[in-house]
Design a protein around this ligand. Structure first.
Ligand SMILES: [Zn+2]
Ligand SMILES: [Zn+2]
Length: 202
């Protein structure tokens, strides 16, 4: 067990069954980028895991971008798996209870932590208190229903610029690694990606 009080600004991470746990460090609303993604691939990922409960009523996934070096997995890494629906994004999950964990891209020093891996109960703060409200929504045209009344707005130029400067700052400060998802030396994924074609994801 992690004692979160030992880690100022640490957010405990936990899959649904509790087998896999970790910690995101230096977490605050200004230290990451929260958004809601309505894209088809995020929805297909939830369907693949039979975990559409993690989607909002319009099919949105609540994601918080942080630098890779600030995410640690502490237990249950034997259950770490990944799959891909495109060449660019790997989608990580726990095999024990098929919880979505995070998304990683090939080039940018970013991990998209999926809300279902955040343990707000252990944290004693609401998600909004811990990481702030979502700053924008993306791929709204793939939404499968009316957006929730509290859905964030589409991204503005200012939001894009804010995110770009944040990611550049992480890169400059060397926060791209280490990462629990890729080998430090070979940069190979720590689980063999299972690549699904769009048809097999349904
Ligand atoms: Zn998406
Ligand atoms: Zn689990």
């Amino acid at each position: 067990m992690i004692d979160a009080s030992m880690y100022p600004m640490g957010l405990p991470l936990r899959c649904r069954c509790g087998h896999m746990r970790g910690l995101a460090s230096h977490v605050s609303p200004s230290a990451g980028f929260r958004f809601v993604c309505y894209c088809m691939d995020c929805q297909a990922f939830a369907r693949f895991l039979e975990r559409t409960d993690v989607l909002d009523p319009a099919g949105g996934t609540d994601i918080f971008h942080i630098p890779p070096a600030r995410l640690k997995l502490t237990t249950g890494t034997d259950a770490l798996r990944c799959m891909g629906l495109s060449r660019t994004v790997l989608r990580w999950y726990s095999d024990c209870c098929r919880s979505p964990i995070a998304n990683t891209g090939p080039r940018f020093p970013v991990v998209g932590v999926i809300h279902s891996f955040m343990d707000h109960e252990a944290d004693n703060r609401s998600r909004d208190e811990a990481i702030g409200p979502p700053l924008c929504r993306i791929y709204q045209r793939s939404a499968v229903g009316p957006l929730p009344a509290n859905a964030p707005g589409p991204p503005s130029l200012g939001i894009f610029a804010h995110r770009a400067s944040m990611v550049l700052g992480w890169w400059v400060r060397g926060l791209s690694r280490p990462t629990p998802f890729f080998d430090d030396r070979t940069e190979a994924p720590r689980a063999t990606p299972r690549v699904l074609t769009p048809a097999s994801a349904h």
